[in-house]
Structure formats: C-alpha cells, structure tokens
Write a new protein. Structure first.
Length: 263
C-alpha cells in the first residue's frame, strides 16, 4: 500500500511550504497544486490505523525530498523527526515500511531539467544516504525511484509532467541514462545498496477486481504495492484511493469486491 507525500500531506508549493518542480506551472495557473490535500502531515496516524484491517502487511512511504531538504544542504530536522514518528507508528502496528526516496516530484532547487544535469547526481546520492542512515533500523527496504521510466517518458516525451517536453527523444535518452547510472551507483553503495528493493511493481485501483487478482498472481517481484491508500490532490493524485474523508472523519470507501480482491 502506497502513501505518496506530495499528493496527500498538504502544504506543498504554497507560500511558506516546501517548493517542488511543479511550482512554476502552478504559479502560471496551468494546473492546481495539491493545496491542503488530506493534511496527512499532521494526521498520518489516523489513516495508518486502517491498514492492518484492510489486509496489507506493509506500506511504501514516500519521504518527500523537497520537505526534508528545502534548500541545498539545508536539512529540516523537524521534518525528519516527523517522518520518523510516522515510521515508528507504522511499525507499532506490525507493518513493514519501505521507504521511497524519489517519486514524481523533486525539490524546486534542482531545476526543471534535473535529470539532464550532472551536478544533480551527488545530491541524489547524499539524499539517499541521509534517509537510509536516519531510518535504516526501522525499514524493510528502500525504493530509490518509484517510477524511473515514467519520470522520463512523462517529462520528455509526453509533456505531462516537468519539464513538460514533448518528443525530446535525445534528452529523454540522456535523462534515462543518468537515472540508470544513479540506480547502479546506489546499488553499489555500501550503505544504500543492501537495502534496495531489487524488483517491485505498483498496481492501480482503477481496474476491475479480477484484473487485480490476475496481476497479483502473475507478477514475480520482490514487493508488490497498491496505489494508493488515499487518492490525494494535485497533479500527482491517483485515480482512486481505498479511504475517503468526510467531515474530517476517515472511512473505507472501496467496494467489498475490490477489498476482497486485494486480500
């Protein structure tokens, strides 16, 4: 079960909040940001309480880089502490925790063209080592990039995400090579490498229950995730989540046949 911070925590790309690669296009009014979203930054525990009863044995938690390092070299210790509280609470529920380091969002200070810039590489390695050294004792694994292929195709070929380019095949190949190089470097790193999840897949909830069952039975991966516990808000929101909120109260919003397929 995934929890993807940018879409659910609230406060991103707003005055006084963490700024991401989406802030320029949000400022231009091309799309809406996540806003307050589900306010999970203060309320992670409320939704984690549902996870064991839904039949899941763990979560994949995205620690948003823009929140923990809002400016280069400046680490927000309170943000690290808060993520530590969330991880500890999940472990108290006997849930395994896999940490996601880079998802579809990165800090604004890396620039729109982050995956073309060689100077970004040591920052990614430092971020990964920092997160693993901080939380290693509580983690079942680490996912370096949640969507390394989609990060490139959406940004450089389909213009559906930063840096909003279409058909830039040469730059797409360069960006993919840099990300692949980062994955190799992290795999060889003495601290990060042993904790990396070697193979994983994520299934969306916007398919028929029988398709979920077929996919689950046919995929041969180390970890299999469902996207997502919450739908979230903004440009990275998923099509459907398992929980819904009404009047600040959370409840299960998925039909019984979907829940049965997931168990």
């Amino acid at each position: 079960m995934t929890l993807e911070g940018y879409a659910v925590e609230g406060g991103y790309d707003q005055p006084g909040g963490p700024m991401t690669c989406y802030v320029p296009t949000i400022a231009l009014g091309r799309h809406a940001g996540p806003g307050v979203s589900d306010d999970l930054w203060r309320n992670y525990e409320k939704v984690l309480d549902f996870v064991p009863g839904l039949g899941f044995d763990g979560i994949r938690l995205t620690v948003e880089w823009a929140r923990v390092e809002p400016r280069p070299g400046e680490v927000d210790q309170r943000a690290l502490e808060r993520y530590g509280e969330v991880i500890a609470y999940a472990r108290s529920l006997d849930l395994a925790v896999t940490l996601a380091l880079v998802d579809a969002v990165w800090p604004s200070w890396l620039g729109q063209e982050a995956w073309l810039l060689p100077w970004v590489v040591p920052h990614v390695l430092d971020h990964a080592r920092r997160m693993v050294s901080t939380f290693a004792g509580e983690l079942s694994g680490v996912v370096a990039f949640t969507q390394p292929r989609e990060l490139v195709t959406s940004g450089y070929l389909h213009a559906s995400a930063p840096p909003w380019r279409r058909g830039a095949h040469h730059d797409a190949a360069f960006a993919q090579a840099q990300i692949d190089g980062l994955l190799a470097a992290l795999g060889a790193d003495a601290l990060v490498g042993p904790r990396l999840v070697k193979s994983s897949a994520a299934m969306g909830l916007d398919v028929a229950p029988e398709q979920l069952v077929d996919a689950r039975n046919s995929l041969d991966v180390e970890e299999l995730y469902v996207r997502s516990l919450l739908r979230g808000s903004g440009p990275t929101a998923v099509a459907q989540g398992l929980l819904i909120q009404h009047a600040n109260v959370w409840s299960v919003g998925a039909p019984d046949e979907l829940l049965s397929a997931l168990r």
